[in-house]
Design a protein. Structure first.
Length: 267
């Protein structure tokens, strides 16, 4: 390994053990270039005893971009030996296979692979998910990776092998109607969740040229209803007789789209 990877105390001992295990084929460290790894100083800590097994953690919902992060951490002889991390669409497509989305992160597939490899290698080398290398990457993915890794690690400490879902993120989902309403406007909804809590619901309308415009309908009562009920359930016209059916139908259509996006159901 390069000399810019600094290990001290217990970490150095663990590193030697892991290398020896690697030589015997009992541990899997991703094969990649080791340049540009910059680890923060590793603090001394008491040994952690992990229970052998495979620990799987994923997010409860899909991300606003339509991917569901998932991590599998394997522990053998009390050591983390293998980590698998993926982000897939409901159809099974990996995020790395979506060039347009990778470009929207202002990165490349190679750099994104490097981001994953550096973090996975760090955890296996240090046997610690709390100390990750300083890498430049889209913040949401760093947060996701760290949360999944820490949850896997905590489960391994107590031997909790049941698959776990986490939901401690603030995410905003956005959806827009395909068809215009009677005023020839398209409706967009933005729903922000903090975990399971709906903390904000906003509407916006656009004309046929996709420019933002004003709408003659007040969605305020509908928004207030959903925030108070803490859901995005379909609104029955019977319970909202004062709302124009066309507006309510469009509103319900966009609600369905947001719910589908959150739960990984293709629109």
């Amino acid at each position: 390994m390069k000399d810019n990877i600094k290990l001290t105390g217990l970490s150095a001992i663990l590193f030697v053990v892991i290398v020896l295990l690697g030589l015997t084929g009992n541990i899997q460290i991703p094969v990649a270039n080791t340049h540009n790894l910059h680890y923060p100083k590793i603090e001394q800590s008491k040994p952690v005893h992990l229970v052998d097994g495979d620990y799987i953690v994923q997010t409860k919902y899909y991300t606003p971009e339509g991917y569901r992060p998932r991590m599998k951490m394997s522990v053998r002889n009390g050591l983390i030996t293998h980590i698998q991390y993926e982000e897939r669409t409901p159809m099974g497509t990996e995020i790395r296979d979506n060039d347009a989305y990778i470009q929207s992160l202002k990165t490349t597939v190679e750099k994104y692979n490097e981001f994953r490899w550096q973090n996975i290698t760090s955890i296996i080398m240090h046997q610690n998910p709390y100390v990750l290398p300083r890498v430049s990457q889209e913040p949401m993915h760093e947060s996701l990776f760290r949360s999944l890794a820490i949850t896997c690690f905590k489960n391994a400490e107590i031997g909790k092998k049941e698959n776990t879902e986490i939901n401690d993120f603030v995410w905003t989902y956005r959806a827009r109607s395909d068809e215009p309403n009677i005023e020839n406007h398209f409706l967009e909804l933005n729903a922000t969740f903090n975990g399971d809590t709906l903390i904000k619901l906003q509407t916006a309308t656009y004309d046929a040229t996709h420019h933002k415009t004003t709408n003659g309908f007040d969605f305020g009562p509908l928004i207030a209803h959903h925030v108070s009920q803490q859901n995005l359930d379909y609104l029955d016209p019977v319970h909202f007789p004062d709302v124009e059916p066309e507006f309510l139908a469009q509103y319900n259509d966009v609600l369905v789209r947001i719910n589908n996006l959150r739960n990984g159901i293709p629109n």
